[in-house]
Design a protein around this ligand. Structure first.
Ligand SMILES: NC(=O)c1ccc[n+]([C@@H]2O[C@H](COP(=O)([O-])OP(=O)(O)OC[C@H]3O[C@@H](n4cnc5c(N)ncnc54)[C@H](OP(=O)(O)O)[C@@H]3O)[C@@H](O)[C@H]2O)c1
Length: 272
């Protein structure tokens, strides 16, 4: 880890945060920052490819839209790179001189600390992979252990990201798999919620009630596991009495290949 000392005195309760790219992920992060109550919308800035389309999206959140990356970079103290991975180099290189030693948080999939060094040598950057539950402050933000933030920038950036959920530091070699599991699983879990709700509807439960029942059960089960550290298998066993109903459902799920379906999903993304 490279740590360089600078004189920055920025604080998480006053720093202006700028999103380069304001699509799904940046919007979720901005929503989470605002929902945390720690970051006023007026401290959040954004730019996108199409300024006219950006304005109503920024207005809806009360955040400040800027015409382009150059205008954005000069307006803020902390940058979040939230364009598609293939756009990162194209968007950052023209504003490299303006970025100077401002801290950069990257959320672009596949962009490692080494990749940033190759396009912005000597800059201060941290590569992360957040997931969409950051919008409600329940995200996971995977952080690459290698970074080039200064000690003070680390404190600032971790405070900001901490408003959005749990920070988990991993080696560069694990960024891809860890980011895939956390970044893609909101889609998979949403499919599970939808499927279980369909089953409930099939058995006469009104759809809205079905979503409430299933989502609260998923959230509660996850919280129970996090709070107790219990093995998920033990949690399953605790609900399965001998000869009871739940074990019949577990057997049906195994017959349908539930476990292998999830493993195949991650294989499909990561490659076997
Ligand atoms: N979505 C997720 O769940 C997720 C999870 C983890 C990480 N990520 C990462 O987050 C990044 C963004 O993903 P996304 O899903 O939010 O994509 P997205 O919705 O397509 O957003 C991309 C944003 O980049 C903007 N953009 C395009 N050209 C630009 C330019 N020249 N200057 C500034 N902004 C420009 C787009 O603006 P226009 O629409 O006006 O062109 C749009 O606001 C990706 O690198 C992805 O790997 C996403």
């Amino acid at each position: 880890m490279t740590i360089t000392k600078t004189a920055t005195t920025l604080r998480s309760d006053s720093a202006r945060i700028g999103f380069i790219g304001f699509g799904n992920m940046a919007t979720a992060m901005a929503q989470g920052l605002i929902a945390s109550g720690k970051v006023a919308p007026s401290r959040i800035y954004c730019c996108a490819g199409d300024f006219q389309r950006l304005i109503p999206r920024a207005d809806a959140l009360g955040v400040r839209a800027r015409k382009d990356a150059a205008n954005l970079v000069t307006s803020v103290d902390v940058l979040v790179v939230a364009v598609k991975p293939y756009m990162v180099e194209r968007v950052l290189e023209p504003v490299a001189d303006l970025i100077g030693d401002k801290p950069i948080i990257s959320v672009a999939a596949g962009w490692s600390s080494d990749d940033y060094e190759s396009i912005l040598p000597g800059s201060h950057h941290l590569s992360t992979m957040p997931n969409t539950p950051v919008a409600v402050n329940e995200g996971v933000i995977i952080c690459e252990k290698d970074h080039t933030l200064t000690e003070r920038q680390v404190d600032l950036v971790r405070a900001i990201l901490g408003y959005l959920g749990a920070l988990v530091d991993v080696d560069a070699s694990m960024m891809s798999a860890a980011g895939t599991v956390t970044g893609c699983s909101p889609a998979f879990v949403a499919m599970v919620i939808e499927a279980l709700a369909d089953a409930a509807v099939k058995h006469g439960i009104p759809r809205n009630l079905a979503y409430t029942l299933v989502s609260q059960t998923v959230a509660g089960t996850a919280k129970l596991q996090l709070a107790t550290g219990q093995h998920p298998g033990a949690m399953k066993d605790a609900v399965c009495s001998p000869g009871g109903t739940t074990i019949k459902g577990v057997a049906a799920l195994e017959q349908a290949g539930l476990r292998s379906a999830f493993i195949q999903a991650i294989d499909a993304i990561e490659g076997k």
